[in-house]
Design a protein around this ligand. Structure first.
Ligand code: ADP
Ligand code: MG
Length: 506
């Protein structure tokens, strides 16, 4: 009996030792895996770093590329497109005007009534709809017929008492957020699609004519009287309310900027035919490129798998369409290289399955247990991860968004440098002491869903602007956020350029 007991005791001791050994091995293994994840995070942070020195080099590069793009056609990846807009709205416009705005994710239709002074601007109706994804790779006919039918419904809905129920032809501005080579204020040809649009055989087509054709086919008595890039619409709206506005930047599905340039600086344009001595230039800054951009493995892969590879490199680092996908790629890689996210999720392997609005929701999740992060990860096929892993995901969102916001700030500072409003006194990057009287108040109009809905993006951008410009200069630079400015502004621009008035003003 005694021997049996001794044997059992010995066996139990052996089992206990083995269990302890397995537990210790498990803990050591887990710790080693976590260390690997920490290493991956460190690599991520390093590769996404945007130190001030690098941002300043980018500012210089933006200004240099702007200059090159103004000198000759194809002189830079920045297209620096002429817009034929030489006068911006000033508040004295009158009449009723329409705008149809095709963005990257949404289209909007608006009707505005202008009474001849700023305070009388009335947005009488506005509609905003998601662009059906089936349109993105449809045909020109399908796209423009869809837009025409949406406009038809909008018009049919107008009340009889509306100031727009009229005998005079309706005047419409077409706000278009893709690169167009303008041939006049009311015409221009598509250079290429961006932001996931891939409608074949449209490059080289006159966009305003395409829309006019679709409206005519439906028997709609509407005249497409202006073709306006969305940034130019935003600048018009900004300038209407505040004449110190000299540039506009859109941070939405994609990103782009325009600014007011002296015509004598637009060397590639032999005969600018402007009366004001300046013209708005559409930079198409999404295509900016510089060796100073912190390009990572994730950017390279995203670009290679995109519909427009080797194109729009800057937009792919800062645009709302892409930030979610960069975060997704990072999480996927970490889940492939460690098991902290559990088995590799097939959902997580799907391009664009993580949207940027989910990135901001995770980034700004202020619940102690990070419930929002847990819910979004669950939708990505990654249920039940530890709190420390959820915190890691928040950190990834932070790293990706911070880089985007800081690069955006460098882009804006590049414009300021080009127009001599960065406080450097126009020197070659040399920072001179600034006499306060030299600095003029400078307003940059900003709009887009990424900027308006993502607080951390805004905060990082503001912080980087102050870092780059210094407090003394940054104090004179006002970033003014606007909602629907590009749609409303296009209608204002049309009003300021157009002499035909609606019957309500006759
Ligand atoms: P469009 O690009 O069609 O003109 P918006 O300016 O409204 O439309 O931008 C829409 C884009 O803004 C979305 O595709 C998304 O990338 C981004 N966005 C919208 N809401 C959020 C959000 N809450 N957080 C972060 N990004 C957002
Ligand atoms: Mg937009």
């Amino acid at each position: 009996m005694g021997r049996v007991l001794a044997m059992l005791t010995a066996a139990a001791a052996v089992v206990a030792c083995s269990v302890a050994a397995v537990m210790v091995r498990g803990r050591v293994k887990r710790r080693r895996k976590w260390r690997k994840v920490v290493g991956l995070l460190k690599d991520l942070e390093e590769s996404f770093e945007t130190p001030l020195g690098r941002l300043r080099q980018m500012v210089d590069a933006v200004a240099v590329e702007m200059q090159a793009g103004l000198v000759s056609e194809g002189g830079s990846k920045l297209k620096m497109l002429l817009t034929f807009v030489d006068d911006l709205p000033n508040g004295r416009e009158r009449g009723t005007y329409y705008a149809l705005h095709l963005g990257g994710s949404y289209f909007r239709i608006i009707r505005v009534h202008l009474g001849g002074e700023r305070s009388s601007l009335e947005v009488e109706d506005i509609e905003r709809h998601s662009i059906p994804t089936s349109l993105l790779n449809s045909t020109s006919e399908v796209l423009f017929d869809f837009l025409a039918s949406s406009l038809q419904k909008f018009i049919e809905k107008e009340g009889k008492e509306s100031s727009s129920s009229q005998d005079v032809k309706r005047e419409l501005a077409f706000t278009f957020s893709f690169p167009v080579k303008q041939t006049s204020l009311s015409s221009g040809v598509l250079i290429k699609w961006t932001k996931g649009f891939a409608i074949s055989e449209m490059a080289g087509e006159d966009i305003a004519e395409c829309l006019q054709g679709a409206l005519d086919r439906r028997g709609l008595d509407i005249h497409v009287a202006a073709l306006v890039n969305d940034t130019v619409g935003a600048l018009s709206y900004g300038h209407y309310h505040d004449p110190d506005t000299i540039a506009a930047v859109v941070f939405g599905t994609g990103s782009n900027a325009c600014y007011l340039e002296r015509t004598d600086a637009i060397i590639k344009c032999q005969n600018p035919r402007t009366t004001s001595g300046s013209m708005v230039v559409n930079m198409e800054w999404g295509n900016f490129w510089s060796s100073r951009l912190p390009r990572t493995l994730y950017d390279i892969e995203l670009d290679a798998e995109s519909l427009n590879s080797n194109d729009m490199g800057f937009e792919k680092m800062i645009g709302g369409m892409y930030l979610g996908d960069i975060v997704r790629r990072v999480i996927l890689r970490m889940s492939q290289e460690s098991d902290i996210f559990g088995p590799i999720s097939s959902i997580l392997s799907t391009p664009f399955v993580l949207r940027t609005n989910s990135v901001s929701a995770m980034h700004e999740d202020d619940t102690p247990e990070l419930h929002e992060v847990a819910t979004i990860l669950k939708h990505l096929g990654v249920p039940k991860v530890q709190l420390k892993v959820r915190k890691l995901v928040v950190k990834i969102c932070d790293v990706v968004t911070r880089r985007a916001a800081r690069l955006s700030a460098a882009g804006i500072s590049g414009i300021l440098k080009k127009v001599g409003r960065d406080g450097s006194g126009g020197g070659e990057g040399r920072r001179r002491s600034i006499g306060k009287q030299m600095m003029r108040r400078t307003v940059i109009a900003v709009e887009g869903g990424l900027y308006s809905n993502y607080k951390m993006f805004r905060e990082y951008m503001d912080e980087a602007l102050r870092d780059i410009l210094g407090d003394d200069v940054a104090r004179h630079v006002v970033i003014k956020a606007m909602e629907d400015g590009s749609s409303i502004g296009s209608a204002l621009l049309l009003a300021s350029s157009h002499s035909v008035r609606t019957i309500s003003n006759i």
